[in-house]
Design a protein around this ligand. Structure first.
Ligand code: SF4
Length: 185
């Protein structure tokens, strides 16, 4: 009680620090892989570079069990609603990494089909440059992200809220995904 009176933020800071430490070392990545950067993602995930060391190892192939979205490769407008849906299904608190030039900015695809950076539709926490990025760059970004997680406020209830409308997006974005094809299969 003495400590709390002397420094009102002491207990809150301690809890936040412990939560941040736990969260940064228990990241469950969801790899959303669309293009050639995927090879580099596989390389960095395997034994040679071993992201296991950083507490960010076990890829979850269901968004409901993941809290770190790796968008790896080019995202076109047709695919954007699917990416958005996956982000909305992920557990809070969650983080998003744009892996490579295409995910970060559209890369060299300056055309009408490609989303010019996933930050047009998602809140991106970390950008990884390169075409494709070197594994060392990915690891550096991962460590930066972990430091940011540790230093940031630790909300008990999530605040991201998913969708961020952007005027450049086609009208298609935001409409429900048509699942009729699944019924036909
Ligand atoms: S950044 Fe380069 S390697 Fe990565 S998906 Fe784009 S074109 Fe392929």
């Amino acid at each position: 009680m003495t400590l709390e009176r002397d420094n009102p933020g002491f207990f809150l800071t301690t809890v936040e620090s412990a939560l941040g430490w736990a969260r940064k070392y228990s990241l469950f990545p969801y790899p959303f892989v669309t293009a050639c950067c995927g090879m580099e993602f596989m390389a960095v995930s395997c034994s040679h570079y071993d992201t296991d060391r950083f507490g960010a190892a076990l890829p979850r192939f269901t968004p409901r069990q993941a809290d770190l979205l790796f968008v790896v490769g080019t995202v076109n407008h047709k695919l954007a609603p699917v990416l958005l849906r996956i982000w909305e299904q992920m557990a809070e608190p969650k983080w998003c990494v744009a892996f490579g030039a295409c995910a970060s900015s559209g890369g060299f695809y300056d055309n009408y089909t490609t989303v010019a950076g996933i930050d047009k539709i998602l809140p991106v926490d970390m950008y990884i440059p390169g075409c494709p990025p070197r594994p060392e760059t990915v690891i550096d970004a991962l460590m930066h992200l972990q430091r940011n997680i540790q230093r940031s406020r630790q909300p008990i209830i999530g605040e991201h809220g998913g969708k961020q409308a952007h005027p450049e997006l086609p009208e298609l974005l935001g409409k429900p995904i048509d699942t009729r094809l699944q019924d036909l299969a």
